[in-house]
Design a protein around this ligand. Sequence first.
Ligand SMILES: NC(=O)c1ccc[n+]([C@@H]2O[C@H](COP(=O)([O-])OP(=O)(O)OC[C@H]3O[C@@H](n4cnc5c(N)ncnc54)[C@H](OP(=O)(O)O)[C@@H]3O)[C@@H](O)[C@H]2O)c1
Length: 242
Amino acid sequence: MKRAIVFGATGGIGQAICNDLADAGWSLYLHCNSNFDAANIASQELMKKYPNQDFIPVKLNFATSDEELTNFVNNLLPVNAAVFAQGITKYGFLNDQKLSDIEKVMQVNLTVPVKLTKLLEPMLIKQNFSRIVYLGSVYGGQGSALEAVYSSTKAGLTRFTQAYAREVASTNLTVNVIAPGAVNTEMNAMFSKETLQEVRDEIPAGRLAEGNDISFWVKTLLDKRSGYCTGQTIYITGGWLV
Ligand SMILES: NC(=O)c1ccc[n+]([C@@H]2O[C@H](COP(=O)([O-])OP(=O)(O)OC[C@H]3O[C@@H](n4cnc5c(N)ncnc54)[C@H](OP(=O)(O)O)[C@@H]3O)[C@@H](O)[C@H]2O)c1
């Protein structure tokens, strides 16, 4: 049985990733931060649709101690893949940000994914094939004003991935980033209709991505035949900004 943990399974992109991976035969841990009911309901629905696979909801706030991260990983069944689809942003000028908000964006988007990667590595490299995918962003390649901290975390994931993929390339573990442009999820719900229309007008494809425009590429990287693709950041933006 191949099993993946999807961090941020309750997010717009995470939900699409879980649906695609379940359809491709994966058993899943569906991770959430605050929304346990949603992770639980999604797990039950997937269980009905794919009764020969396991779907287990799990909760972890990434703004936590190293001890809790270690306990979390130690309690997992073996996984072949980890997908990091959690993420937060704090929109505004750097000068207006609280120091605690800067720390939290760094922790949730970059520091804890790196720590969890270190903790998961022994389990991953024991499998006959294994995969890590981080959700980056087009803003990791082109810094975005008013999202300077967020942009730095996504750029950090890209460079971490390139370096770390080289460390583990001789095992069966591949490490990649899928970097979306603008996606129609809760993360963009703070923007007005007018602002979203302005973004849409800038995107050569003429629309925001839907979750399943992104999940297809995650599923493809998790496929056993993707074993020679590692260390990459793949931009999925409808031609926007790249
Ligand atoms: N939407 C976009 O336009 C876009 C563009 C480029 C890149 N991305 C990236 O794609 C990924 C998914 O984005 P999305 O649009 O699906 O976001 P979303 O719908 O806002 O979902 C965010 C996810 O992150 C989890 N999360 C929030 N705070 C957390 C914390 N403290 N600890 C652990 N998990 C936490 C949430 O869990 P709960 O629901 O349980 O709280 C949820 O599952 C993110 O990395 C994002 O940066 C998104």
